[in-house]
Design a protein around this ligand. Structure first.
Ligand code: FES
Length: 118
């Protein structure tokens, strides 16, 4: 018997959690959700849904009432803009990117992982 044989590993648990349906998310109107204690915003742009951090990285303003246009969200407090796809801070006064979270769409349902993208 091979002493070095490895036991079959159980698959990693799927981190995705169902958080909404597509019809819950108005186009370009951020929807606040909590995924396993992590606050985030879902933003629907065309056929895509992005999940980003709920709080501006400049100070602590919520981006829930942020203005969405051209694939970006603008902080309502001081006007920093963030790219929804990359999370990058595009304009001052913010200099740090927003966390982004993986999104899956299936049959009109929206699933998000609370583990931020790298
Ligand atoms: S708190 Fe968002 S730009 Fe200042």
């Amino acid at each position: 018997m091979n002493q070095n044989a490895t036991q079959p590993q159980s698959p990693e648990p799927d981190p995705f959690v169902e958080v909404a349906t597509l019809s819950d998310i108005e186009p370009e109107e951020p929807l606040h959700v909590q995924v396993q204690g992590t606050p985030m915003l879902l933003v629907r742009v065309g056929v895509e849904v992005f999940a980003i951090g709920e709080t501006c990285t400049h100070e602590t303003a919520s981006l829930e009432s942020g203005f969405v246009e051209d694939g970006c969200i603008e902080c309502p407090r001081h006007g920093a803009k963030f790219d929804l796809r990359s999370g990058a801070a595009l304009t001052l006064p913010a200099t740090r990117a927003l966390p982004r979270y993986p999104v899956r769409l299936a049959d009109g349902r929206v699933f998000v992982s609370p583990q931020p993208k790298g």
